[in-house]
Design a protein around this ligand. Structure first.
Ligand SMILES: NC(=O)c1ccc[n+]([C@@H]2O[C@H](COP(=O)([O-])OP(=O)(O)OC[C@H]3O[C@@H](n4cnc5c(N)ncnc54)[C@H](OP(=O)(O)O)[C@@H]3O)[C@@H](O)[C@H]2O)c1
Length: 322
C-alpha cells in the first residue's frame, strides 16, 4: 500500500530519512480493526521520529503519523485515538508505562490503511470534515487535556500560550477561547501574532515581552526558549502546564527560586485518553469551534509539509489527504 515512512534517522537533516513510497498492508491482531485513512495531520512528533527521538532503530522502516480520520471496517466514519495501551491496562491510558503512540511501536497513519485496537476508534460526527477530524487525536487532544484536565482551568481564568503558531498552540488558543478564558499568546513572528488575534487571542506579545498582568496559568510547548518567561509571567500560586520542548529541554535557568517562593505548580501533560478525545469531538460538534488548518496537501506531497514544519513556516495544522 501507499505509505510515508522513516527509513533512517538524522538529527541535522531529518527529511533525509523520509520516504514516500510503498509498504506492506498492516497486520491486524485479534481485537484490532483497520481504518481506511481519508485524512491525517502532521505533528512535530513526526519530525522528532525522523531525528530518532522516541523511535528505535530496530523499528525502522516505520510508517509515520499519529493522526487519522477515516472509515472503519463496518463503513463508519471514525477518528483514531493514537495512544495504544497494553490490553491488560485499565484506567487512564496516558499513565500506562507500556503505552506507545502510533508510529512508535505500531505502524502509523500516513498510509492507505492503519490498524488499531477496536477501542481506539471514536465516531466522527457528520459536522466535522475528515480534514478537521484528523487534527484532533494529537495536537488538539493534547491542548484539551492541558487546559481542562491537567490545567483544571475554568471560564474567567487568564492563560498565556507560548509560541502561537504551532499545532498545539493554535488548538490551545481556540479551545481556551471556547472555554471562556482570557487568552494571551506570544510569537516570535509579527504575522503569526496578528493571526493569533484573528484566532481568538485577546492580546498578543513578542516572545519574552512583559505582560500587563500576571496570569493564572501558562501553556508551555516551546521549552528552553520560553521557560524563564513562562515562570516570570505567573501570579503567586499559578501553574505551568508543559507538554513539549520544541526549542530543547535543557534550561539556562529553571527559575527554582521563583517556583518555591511564589508557590508555583509545574504540571506535565501528555496526549489524552480515549474518553477525552470523545469529549473533545463532542465539544467541537456542539460549539462550532474548528481546527485551524494551515494547508491541505495530498499525501504524495507529504515532504512539502514536513519541510514547512521544519522551517517553522506553519500557522495551524498541516493536513494530508488520501
Ligand atoms: N506531550 C505530548 O503528548 C505532545 C503532544 C503534541 C505535541 N507535543 C510537543 O509539543 C511541541 C509542539 O508540537 P506541535 O506539533 O504544535 O509543533 P509545531 O506545530 O511545529 O509548533 C512549534 C511552535 O513552537 C514555537 N517555537 C519553536 N521554536 C521556538 C523558539 N526557539 N522560540 C520560541 N518559540 C519557538 C513556534 O511558535 P512561533 O513561531 O509562533 O514563535 C512554533 O509555532 C513539540 O515539541 C511536540 O513534540 C507533545
Amino acid at each position: 500500500m501507499f505509505a510515508v515512512y522513516a527509513e533512517s534517522f538524522s538529527t541535522d537533516d531529518p527529511l533525509s530519512g523520509l520516504v514516500v513510497g510503498e509498504r506492506p498492508d498492516p497486520e491486524v491482531p485479534d481485537g484490532w480493526t483497520t481504518v481506511t485513512v481519508k485524512a491525517s495531520a502532521l505533528n512535530h512528533h513526526d519530525l522528532w521520529s525522523l531525528r530518532g527521538v522516541g523511535l528505535k532503530e530496530e523499528a525502522l522502516p516505520m510508517i509515520l503519523g499519529c493522526d487519522a480520520a477515516g472509515i472503519d471496517e463496518d463503513g463508519n466514519e471514525v477518528v483514531v485515538h493514537a495512544v495504544i495501551s497494553d490490553p491488560s491496562w485499565r484506567g487512564d491510558e496516558t499513565f500506562d508505562p507500556r503505552r506507545s503512540l502510533l508510529s512508535e511501536r505500531y505502524q502509523g497513519t500516513f498510509a492507505d490503511t492503519v490498524a488499531v485496537p477496536r477501542v481506539n476508534v471514536v465516531p466522527k460526527p457528520a459536522s466535522l470534515s475528515f480534514e478537521e477530524a484528523a487534527c484532533l487525536p494529537t495536537a488538539w487532544l493534547t491542548a484539551y487535556r492541558m487546559l481542562f484536565g491537567q490545567g483544571d482551568l475554568k471560564a474567567g481564568d487568564t492563560v498565556l500560550v507560548q509560541g502561537a503558531g504551532g499545532g498545539v498552540a493554535t488548538a490551545l488558543i481556540s479551545l481556551a477561547r471556547a472555554g471562556g478564558l482570557r487568552v494571551f499568546a506570544t510569537s516570535r513572528d509579527e504575522t503569526k501574532r496578528a493571526k493569533a488575534l484573528g484566532l481568538g487571542a485577546h492580546d498578543v506579545f513578542e516572545s519574552g515581552a512583559r505582560l500587563p498582568v500576571k496570569v493564572d496559568a501558562v501553556m508551555e510547548t516551546v521549552g528552553r526558549a520560553t521557560w524563564s518567561h513562562s515562570i516570570r509571567s505567573l501570579r503567586p500560586g499559578g501553574r505551568i502546564v508543559i507538554s513539549g520542548t520544541t526549542s530543547g529541554p535543557k534550561l539556562d535557568d529553571a527559575e527554582l527560586t521563583r517556583i518555591f517562593f511564589l508557590q508555583l505548580s509545574v504540571i506535565g501533560s501528555t496526549m489524552g485518553t480515549r474518553d477525552e478525545l470523545a469529549s473533545l469531538v463532542t465539544l467541537l460538534d456542539a460549539s462550532g469551534t474548528r481546527p485551524l488548518i494551515d494547508r491541505t496537501l495530498s499525501m504524495e506531497k507529504a515532504r512539502d509539509g514536513f519541510a514547512a514544519m521544519a522551517e517553522g513556516d506553519v500557522f495551524g495544522k498541516v493536513v494530508f489527504t488520501r
